[in-house]
Design a protein around this ligand. Structure first.
Ligand code: ATP
Ligand code: MG
Length: 495
């Protein structure tokens, strides 16, 4: 066990960490903070939810000279939500030192950001497109930056942000420190990243498997058309506190959240076509618990730290193993437990094997619950609720009515009737879900394609850099030439 105070951190930062309730450093923090304080370039890889943000955030904040009113550190993240979250955590870490942290991302009023930039922040957290936009407008000057961090580096390179990132890096003095963090760092991406780093140290927290052991992982083999009924039965049986359901496309997410609402669940969807305001409000409602089910594309898979997510359902199996790791990593964070269930159709079995090979962990097969089991699950939930109501003990005003009933029928019959009334019997309200074609059969991953600045070519056809801002448009064109959507609808794009 490593204490933060043994890592050479200043008293002011220690004060913030104490306030945040951080006592012991997690393994990735213990290994990377000292190296980072020595200005070493590094690539940090550790399982989801193990504190990579503070691993780069603590030394960054600690090195900032607050008296110097210039931008000294910049963090680049793939999505707007992640940029916001990282800036919030950095703000907390920098609280003791009064460090100014600003997030800048697409979808937010640029003039407001320009004004905020004039307040001389010490640290910037942003998405590649918007950062570049400000550089081009000359509203963001990076000539005093000494530390650059790429959070979820592999995803950003994967998404085709490499040119944007290289342009940003070209505006930052060369004697900078460059750090890369992610739970996954496929070799080709790492090799590419090393091009803009100086003798990077590679810190990989040793773990038997790539996913967090505290996440129970299951798969259910089923047909496309029965997936939704099975999903709702699972929700009834498992009654998750907070659940995220991942769908493959934006259309899928819209249809799934609508269908869930029809059957009486409070669900909302999040994907890249929604306005920034809508995305933020959905996330806020989910964090507050006023919706219990978040339906999402992979937009929510990277880095988002929502405490209390107990279940992740992959309604559609992700097409690459890294996405799987990040999706299920939204649960089981910071030492908590979690459950992840992945639906696969018969044709998609090869994907399951690819995932298992990458994570070095077998998923357990789950037999889909029957209607009776779903009813039983609901009954149990109702019984628990009844016991809780009894414990709360404010039943006096109901006791007379209870006596009236007991005078007419026996206790067992009355309780049974109450149970029946309260139990939500499986709802078979018809819903409309456009059938997704299973992923194309594949055995091997595509090799690294240098000319395409990436690997695993996901039919990326959109190379217009302006359209790659944020993440809203980055996978458009996906359905052309790809075999997994029957629909011609334009809304069926990724994220
Ligand atoms: N030393 C610590 N002690 C207690 N809690 C911590 C510590 N470090 C981080 N945490 C908490 O753990 C949670 C997960 O941290 P974080 O989001 O940084 O994980 P991550 O490794 O970046 O995950 P991902 O790969 O999903 O991005 C956060 O809520 C964070 O506040
Ligand atoms: Mg993270």
């Amino acid at each position: 066990m490593v204490k933060f105070q043994d890592l050479g951190i200043s008293a002011a930062t220690m004060k913030s960490l104490k306030r945040m309730g951080f006592e012991e450093a997690t393994p990735i923090q213990a290994e990377t903070i000292p190296l980072s304080l020595q200005h070493k370039d590094l690539i940090g890889q550790a399982q989801t939810g193990t504190g990579k943000t503070a691993a780069f955030g603590v030394p960054l904040v600690d090195k900032v000279d607050v008296a110097n009113e210039v931008i000294q550190g910049i963090i680049i993240a793939p999505t707007r939500e992640l940029a916001i979250q990282v800036s919030e955590e950095l703000y907390k870490i920098g609280f003791g030192k009064r460090t100014r942290v600003l997030s800048i991302f697409g979808g937010q009023d640029i003039n407001r950001q320009i004004r905020a930039l004039k307040n001389n922040p010490h640290i910037i957290v942003g998405t590649p497109g918007r950062i570049l936009d400000h550089i081009n407008r000359k509203t963001l000057k990076l000539d005093h930056v000494n530390t650059v961090i790429l959070d979820e580096a592999d995803e950003m390179l994967n998404m085709g942000f490499i040119d944007d990132i290289e342009s940003i890096l070209s505006k930052i003095p060369e004697e900078r420190q460059t750090l890369l963090f992610s739970a996954t760092m496929p070799t080709p991406i790492r090799k590419m990243a090393e091009r803009f780093m100086k003798e990077p140290q590679i810190v990989k927290v040793k773990a038997k498997e790539m996913t967090v052991p505290l996440i129970e992982q299951y798969y259910i083999e089923t047909q496309e058309k029965t997936k939704f009924d099975i999903l709702t039965r699972l929700l009834d049986i498992q009654s998750p506190e907070l659940a995220i359901i991942f769908g493959r496309t934006k259309r899928r997410v819209d249809e799934l959240s609508e269908a869930l609402n029809l059957r009486g669940y409070t669900a909302e969807g999040i994907h890249g076509d929604l306005s920034q305001a809508k995305r933020m409000s959905v996330l806020r409602k989910f964090k507050e618990g006023s919706i219990d089910v978040l339906v999402a594309t992979d937009v929510a898979a990277r880095g988002l730290d929502i405490s209390g997510v107990t279940h992740v359902y992959n309604f559609d199996i992700p097409q690459d193993p890294e996405s799987y790791v990040h999706r299920i990593g939204r649960t089981g964070r910071a030492g908590k437990e979690g459950v992840a269930i992945t639906f696969i159709t018969y044709r998609e079995r090869s994907y399951l094997q690819v995932v298992e090979k990458t994570t070095k962990r077998k998923m357990e097969k789950m037999i889909p619950p029957t209607v009776d089991q779903a009813i039983e699950g609901q009954q149990k939930a109702v019984m628990e609720k009844i016991m809780q109501t009894i414990d709360a003990n404010n039943l006096d005003s109901y006791k007379e009515a209870a006596d009236d009933l007991l005078a007419q029928k026996d206790a067992n019959t009355i309780v049974a009737a109450v149970l029946k009334m309260l139990t939500k019997e499986p709802d078979t309200t018809p819903v409309r879900l456009t059938e997704e074609k299973p992923l194309p059969m594949k055995q091997d991953r595509k090799p690294y394609d240098k000319n395409n600045n990436g690997y695993r070519d996901r039919n990326r056809q959109n190379h217009n850099p302006r359209q790659r801002q944020g993440y809203s448009n980055k996978r458009t064109g996906q359905q052309n030439g790809s075999s997994y959507s029957k629909s011609n609808s334009n809304s069926n794009t990724y994220r």
